[in-house]
Design a protein around this ligand. Structure first.
Ligand code: SF4
Length: 324
């Protein structure tokens, strides 16, 4: 399980701190596909970096922490921010945006696989035996083991992405984080990548966290999802319910703007732009674009609360409805 506790993080710049994520509090469960959605610049990738513990200057955690806990091979484990990297590959792994950039273009893939497998896991076998295990795993994923002899630049974008996913899942980690895993791929390849991620999650019964700006990706494969806006999670719940009955005004407008099969009506985007993170408005950050904004919204930050069973949102109107 991944628990995000009261987490805020910022980038330190010469012009001052930019608070990129603020007061996040939620849990990602075992054996679920969890989506993180939102417009570009809303803090999705920064959140994913804090989940994976790649917090390096100029990114700093201002408060709170992430806790990764669970059980693997009968052993319980628990790591907090600052320790999570000890569990990389084994308990948690990461498929980054622009995945090709993590593969060294001038090193054959077999060496990159061997280097990513912890010594502990290969101590009782020869290099050939380890590579045989990798080849078998690739075959199970319908990938030719011949790719092990290739350099990354010899593969297509879709094939490189599949190899990265194979690399990230080889140790059957409890949690896999994927940042925009289908961006820059054509629609057919995208579908293949999503199917591969779903199949692996089903096989390992682990947690898959998908960050994507594409609501269609979330609709297709996630069980629950969080919607981010300007550094905060503003709605979280069961994906189907969020699409069929969004409760936060931002989510309502986001869902209303989505094209649907057979619907020929003209779709309009959400007017206005997200606020600059360096100088956000006081109160609710969505207020300048929200048709339901009141004076309270413009001065007081709404709390993120459970507004009905399993559904969380940050909106004064919803909090008032449930007496908060
Ligand atoms: Fe709109 Fe107010 Fe709710 Fe913010 S708190 S989403 S401004 S109604």
């Amino acid at each position: 399980m991944l628990k995000v506790e009261n987490l805020s993080a910022s980038y330190q710049t010469i012009d001052g701190d930019v608070h990129v994520i603020k007061d996040l509090d939620f849990e990602i469960r075992e054996n679920e596909i969890f989506g993180i959605a939102g417009e570009s610049g809303c803090g999705k990738t920064t959140l994913l970096k804090t989940l994976y513990d790649i917090v390096e200057f100029p990114l700093v955690i201002d408060q709170g922490k992430v806790i990764l806990s669970g059980e693997k091979n009968g052993q319980k484990f628990s790591y907090e921010s600052g320790q999570i990297r000890k569990s990389w590959w084994n308990n948690i792994s990461y498929v980054p945006q622009a995945a090709q950039s993590v593969l060294n273009p001038i090193v054959r893939l077999k060496k990159q696989f061997l280097d990513s497998i912890p010594d502990e896991d290969k101590k009782n076998e020869t290099e050939e035996q380890t590579l045989a295990r990798v080849a078998k795993y690739l075959e199970d994923l319908s990938l030719s083991p011949d790719v092990l002899e290739s350099y990354p630049f010899q593969l297509s974008g879709g094939m490189r992405q599949r190899v990265i996913i194979a690399l990230a899942t080889f140790m059957s980690p409890n949690v896999v984080l994927a940042d925009e895993p289908t961006t820059a791929l054509d629609v057919v390849v995208q579908r293949g990548i999503l199917m591969m991620l779903m199949r692996l999650q089903k096989q390992f019964k682990n947690t898959l966290v998908i960050v994507s700006h594409d609501m269609g990706v979330h609709y297709q494969i996630t069980n629950r999802m969080a919607i981010m806006y300007s550094g905060s999670v503003i709605e979280l719940g069961d994906t189907e319910e969020i699409f069929s009955d969004p409760v936060h005004p931002y989510t309502q407008m986001l869902v209303a703007a989505l094209p649907r099969v057979g619907d020929k009506s003209q779709k309009v985007g959400i007017p206005g732009r997200p606020p600059a993170l360096k100088n956000p408005p006081p109160g609710c950050r969505f207020a300048p674009r929200c048709p339901k904004a009141t004076d309270r919204c413009r001065s007081e930050v709404p709390k993120f609360r459970e507004v009905k069973p399993g559904r969380f949102a940050a909106c004064h109107l919803l909090n008032e409805e449930v007496g908060l």
